[in-house]
Design a protein around this ligand. Sequence first.
Ligand code: UT7
Length: 330
Amino acid sequence: MRNSRIIGAGMFVPPKVVTNDDLSKLMDTSDEWIVERSGIKERRYAEDGVGVSDLAVEASKKALAQAGLEPKDIDLIIFATLSPDYYFPGSGVLLQHKLGCRDIAAIDIRQQCSGFIYGLSIADQYIKTGQSERVLVVGAEIHSCGLDFSTRGRDVTVLFGDGAGVVILAPGEAGKGILSTHLHSDGGHFDKLWTPAPMACRHPRLSHEILDQGLHYPIMDGKFIFKMAIGKFAEIVEDALRANGYTLEDLDLFIPHQANLRISNMVGKKLGLPDEKVFNNIQKYGNTTAGSIPIAISEALEQGKIKEGSLVCLASFGSGLTWASALIRW
Ligand code: UT7
């Protein structure tokens, strides 16, 4: 069976920078609290009316240029986001149209922080089975329009930012590319990080009560998620290495989903990885959910932290709950 490999990567974040001090003018928070608890210094917010498909178009253009491809060369789009442009249709078809692709399949998936690795895994299967030749996988979010900017929402709001990352997958030689993916879920904890409303099965879907109670904003049990994330991140990195006969010493770079700098540091220590092998950019962008790993891949490539032959492990944990890893030989 053939392998799939990443032949191009691109990222796009909106130009508007929002600092911790900017947020402290809107709610009871401070730069000191946010930096100490999360490592985040600033994040990007899109202008009103700019959707995830718009961010994805810009990131896709960069990934296509790096791969030396045109939009017409893509034969499948997989779009991971929890913040689609519309309730329906999904953002995949919008990207297909805005980018100028042929009338190819466009699959929208959720899976929140693990959305990108789930997407990568689906793309990998399409390539392995010979169904697709050039797959564009997107992770993108616009969080800024869905956050509670009052003190009530400060624990969640300060963490999140907008952004998009894209990779393009193509068939590759054996022993290179995506070596394996490992996907997990546990819906028993769905309400540890979720947005309660609007619910599709409640009539009316939106009401003044929902808006007054702020049920349309994300709610998180931060301490629960934090503790569980440390264990699961370490577990899935070890699973990925073991499945391919590697050890932690073989790993060149660990790219964790950017949820909290403290989580990444603690997982790195738990695994015994030196700091330079753990990639972090949450300081600049906050948590961009499905966007965080492909944005990190783009930056790691640009900074020369991923080279030809590097062994790279991607890992995520978040809402769902979902957690996932992917081991890649570049
Ligand atoms: O990508 C999805 C996965 N998400 C995550 O992995 C996030 C996991 N969780 C976390 O990153 C952390 O739990 C947080 C950063 C959300 C919170 O850090 P913490 O150290 O767990 O703080 P805490 O929730 O225990 O809150 C400590 C205090 C509380 O005040 P009291 O009760 O001690 O008086 C909070 O009300 O900090 C208060 N607080 C804030 N203060 C200033 C909560 N948010 C803020 C804020 N600014 N933004």
